[in-house]
Design a protein around this ligand. Structure first.
Ligand SMILES: C[S@@+](CC[C@H](N)C(=O)[O-])C[C@H]1O[C@@H](n2cnc3c(N)ncnc32)[C@H](O)[C@@H]1O
Length: 243
């Protein structure tokens, strides 16, 4: 089976060779990064319908981590601001995303969600958020982001750095399907194409393991299922880790 998987994956790699060449000469990313926020603004509507219950249950816990001056949230990989709707009244949000083309969509989401105050948009990657002071944030949020980052462990280290002691990291992330099933097989076969059309997204990451190894004093993590993206995504981890 490993050989079949290797052969099929190689076929996919050959099929996406034109995109690989565009990427190599530096033309793919600038184009796709302009287009992707438009994709996400449409996908968000479906995502929030499908994941709405999970998001509501999770984000209902956010006020437990407010400090005396209120609740400060840092959303890493904020995209279009899909989570604003679920945030508690009066919270102050700082958003980080490496793709500046999301900012317009984010401002729109801020306008539509009067209960949230968007303080700043920082164009940066989660691996290096030096613009955010250490120990300054009550809650960090990532939803469907760690699949796309280059180095999960570095992002988690940065998240722990910016959190105040007792602050929490809230996450909803899709993860690789169980090893023995067909879905896992197809996730590995299609990954060479998926990374281009999913803006760097990986279908094959086991992010739960990274979270378990990260230095949270307490980790509440559960596995759940929801079919997304042409059924290529099925398994998710949901929860929060306390610094
Ligand atoms: C699938 S979108 C999810 C957006 C949003 N969190 C949501 O739930 O709708 C992935 C997001 O992660 C961002 N991203 C990609 N690489 C990143 C990195 N290294 N650090 C932070 N964000 C990143 C992308 O620009 C994009 O906004």
């Amino acid at each position: 089976m490993a050989l079949v998987r290797f052969v099929l994956r190689s076929v996919v790699e050959i099929l996406v060779l034109p995109v690989t060449i565009l990427q190599y000469i530096g033309m793919w990313d600038p184009l796709y990064k302009r287009f992707f926020p438009h994709v996400m603004s449409r996908v968000t509507v479906t995502l929030n319908k499908k994941m709405g219950k999970v998001k509501k249950e999770l984000f209902d816990k956010l006020p437990d981590f407010a400090s005396s001056s209120g609740l400060t949230i840092l959303e890493v990989g904020c995209g279009t601001g899909a989570n604003f709707h679920f945030y508690p009244w009066g919270c102050k949000v700082t958003c980080v995303d490496p793709n500046p083309n999301f900012e317009g969509f984010l401002r729109q989401s801020d306008t539509e969600n009067k209960h949230v105050k968007l303080e700043t948009f920082i164009q940066a990657s989660g691996e290096d958020m030096h613009q955010v002071a250490s120990g300054s944030i009550d809650v960090v949020v990532c939803t469907l982001v760690l699949c796309s980052v280059r180095n999960i462990d570095l992002v988690l280290k940065e998240i722990i750095r910016v959190l105040r002691p007792g602050g929490a990291f809230f996450f909803i992330e899709h993860v690789v399907a169980e090893k023995t099933g067909w879905l896992n097989f197809f996730q590995h076969v299609l990954q060479p194409a998926w990374r281009y059309f999913g803006d760097g997204c990986s279908l094959t990451k086991d992010t739960g393991t990274n979270l378990e190894k990260a230095k949270f004093s307490e980790l509440n993590l559960k596995y759940t299922t929801e079919r997304l993206a042409f059924n290529l995504i099925h398994d998710h981890i949901v929860g929060y880790g306390v610094k």
